[in-house]
Design a binder for this molecule. Structure first.
Ligand code: NAD
Length: 250
């Protein structure tokens, strides 16, 4: 049997981009997967595509910044597929621009979607994982959460992602004795719809700062998630894994 056979994985923001690559790879490794996203049309069609490829995949709509949606999402996922063994907090929005241009409403939306959602999802899933004494929590932050996001001028996004990194480490400590691991992945520039509209000059500046000389691919982030979800990573928790072409080491 494939490595993740019998495991149920929930991947937020998996209608497209990095999330879709993650959910597809976990399904290819044998997991039953929950595609969840605020974008209903894209989410439905991504789940349908996965089923066509022969995978066990369902779509559940949720705005992960809302507690009622998150509680409903987890209850439905468990009801339809069984206990959740893998939670991947991937959904997020990016925000760029000088802090003086960002109003309080925007800041709060960013924190709600990029950081509060991770708290809500972990809070909803962790009791079930602890009860079964097994579980993998994998959070997608960003190199911006490590370095302040200087190249793009995205301090607010960096603050949210920095929060995700610290939260992941804290959860590793809290949940370790219950058999649950918690790790965080920090991608650098990755080719997705989120970054497609980035001005060429900006893209060039970032790529020039990446030792491997190119942007990452969604599959390369997915591969790191699949590793952290696998038995090979059984003794890894509280780790920060940079999938960044060397960006943080330049
Ligand atoms: P994307 O915009 O292509 O996909 C994000 C998905 O999240 C979308 O399908 C969107 O509908 C969903 N989403 C947004 N708000 C939501 C909400 N409130 N509830 C539920 N779903 C919601 O983005 P991506 O490039 O695939 O990025 C995925 C993750 O990786 C994000 O957390 C992002 O911050 C992080 N990241 C991306 C890059 C990059 O260069 N692309 C770099 C570092 C980190």
């Amino acid at each position: 049997a494939a490595e993740l056979t019998g495991r149920v994985a929930v991947v937020t923001g998996s209608a497209r981009g990095i999330g879709l690559s993650i959910v597809r790879l976990l399904a290819e490794r044998g997991a039953s997967v929950v595609v969840t996203d605020i974008n209903v049309e894209a989410g439905e069609s991504s789940a349908a595509e996965l089923r066509k490829e022969g995978h066990n995949a369902i779509f559940i709509a949720a705005d992960i910044s809302k507690e009622t949606d998150v509680i409903q999402l987890i209850a439905t996922a468990i009801d339809k597929l069984g206990s959740i063994g893998i939670l991947v907090n991937n959904a997020g929005i990016v925000s760029t621009g000088p802090v003086t241009d960002i109003d309080l409403q925007h800041w709060q939306r960013l924190i709600d979607i990029d950081l509060t959602s991770v708290f809500l999802l972990v809070k909803a899933v962790l009791p079930h994982m602890m009860e079964r004494r097994s579980g993998r929590i994998i959070n997608i932050a960003s190199v911006a959460g490590l370095n302040g996001g200087g190249l793009l001028g995205n301090s607010c996004y960096a603050a949210a992602k920095g929060g995700v990194i610290a939260f992941s480490k804290g959860i590793a400590r809290e949940a370790g004795q219950h058999g649950v691991t918690s790790n965080v992945i920090c991608p650098a520039l990755t080719e997705t719809d989120m970054t497609a509209s980035m001005p060429e000059a900006q893209r060039r500046r970032i790529i020039d700062a990446i030792p491997l000389g190119r942007a990452g691919k969604p599959n390369e982030v997915a591969a790191a998630v699949a590793f952290l979800a696998s038995d090979d990573a059984s003794f890894i928790t509280g780790a920060t894994l940079e999938v960044d072409g060397g960006f943080m080491r330049r």
